[in-house]
Design a protein around this ligand. Structure first.
Ligand SMILES: [Fe+2]
Ligand SMILES: [Fe+2]
Length: 162
């Protein structure tokens, strides 16, 4: 095995957290759909898929380096999903938390002189720059529009989805 037992365990934790992210965004998508915000719902359905890909990419890496992948229970996502603004705020908080966790993994890789994992994690470091930036943009759009102008937000997000 090319990685330490500790790194193997921490990567399994992150795989679980990516799955939890997918679970969270799926829940948010359903909540947005029930508000009649179909385009925003699609944006979150898509985001959930991406989180699953993040988990898959890490699963493949752990297997590549001869580690052991363990499947733990995915926590029940929570929070107040009663408005698009609350959902956008929690998305930003969530992405900041993911960023902290990725940074902790990078710090561990450097401490262990595990340069293979350090290199692998760079993709996640770069991805989090995008993720935090889009979450901030979405929150600012929703705040600027206000609850009465959500159709304008839907229109803008539809353009972003292409
Ligand atoms: Fe992710
Ligand atoms: Fe994310």
């Amino acid at each position: 095995m090319l990685i330490s037992e500790t790194m193997n365990a921490r990567l399994n934790d992150q795989i679980n957290f990516e799955q939890y992210s997918a679970h969270t965004y799926l829940g948010m998508a359903v909540a947005l759909e029930s508000m009649g915000l179909r385009v925003l719902a699609d944006y979150f359905f898509k985001h959930a898929e991406e989180e699953r890909e993040h988990a898959m990419k890490m699963i493949k890496y752990v297997l590549d380096v001869g580690g052991k992948v363990t499947m733990k229970a995915i926590a029940e996502p929570g929070g107040d999903w009663s408005s698009a603004e609350n959902i956008a705020k929690q998305t930003l908080d969530h992405e900041l938390e993911v960023t902290r966790r990725i940074n902790d993994l990078v710090a561990l890789a450097e401490q262990e002189k595990d340069y293979a994992t350090r290199s692998f994690l760079q993709w996640y470091v770069d991805e989090q720059v995008e993720e935090v930036s889009s979450a901030e943009y979405l929150l600012s759009l929703i705040k600027a529009a206000g609850p009465q102008q959500m159709l304008g937000v839907e229109h803008r997000v539809a353009q972003m989805l292409g």
